[in-house]
Design a protein around this ligand. Sequence first.
Ligand code: MN
Length: 240
Amino acid sequence: MSESRGQNRRQFLQWLAAAAVAPPLFAQLPAPAKRLSLELPPLPYAYDALEPYIDAETMRLHHDKHHAAYIAGLSQALEQFPRLAEHSLEELLSSLGKVPEPVRKAVQNHGGGHYNHSLFWQCLAPKPPVAPEGALARAIARDFGSFESFKEAFTKQAMGVFGSGWTWLVVESGKLKIENTANQDTPLAAGKRPLFGLDLWEHAYYLRYQWRRAEYVAAFWHVVNWPFIATRYQQLVRGR
Ligand code: MN
């Protein structure tokens, strides 16, 4: 028993030494398209821009404190393996199995938090059109029957998140699907491309809505940035 543990430890130390010299990660991938950013992206609107649906105080704490904390956690993890930062967050989260084990969970949690929130801010907007147009509108009608049935299905899924997590509209094999992830897990980890997500952690709504999650989800539909999401859809299906 102790011999085998000693051997495991030796192997781990050898692996660690090798990793420190030249991390073997992503060796098989092409040159990274874009380095990940450890900067907090500014909100694309004022803190109070989404009132009365999402209140200014929630936006301020959610962006300045919660999102910033995920970035700090990710930065700390990457200090041990700086070469990981040469890859985009999408690459890391799509290939978590290739991230070194000592920081894999931190990349999953904090990197996922950074990715999810960066996307979330962009998917919200003050006074957006009430429904998408163009190719995304047609895909929603194709895969859910109608925009109204899509909203119903998404709301039902969002109400079913137990604990902290997200509800997503994703593209998988050319089809639109709704799915939940726990914690800060991203659909990327399962090979799916997220179009938009709704944050269902209590920090996203508790100040204004307390336990009334259904009211938060209903309010969300008033601030969905459909033009941004429709453009993102076209980029994803073209295989950007
Ligand atoms: Mn959040």
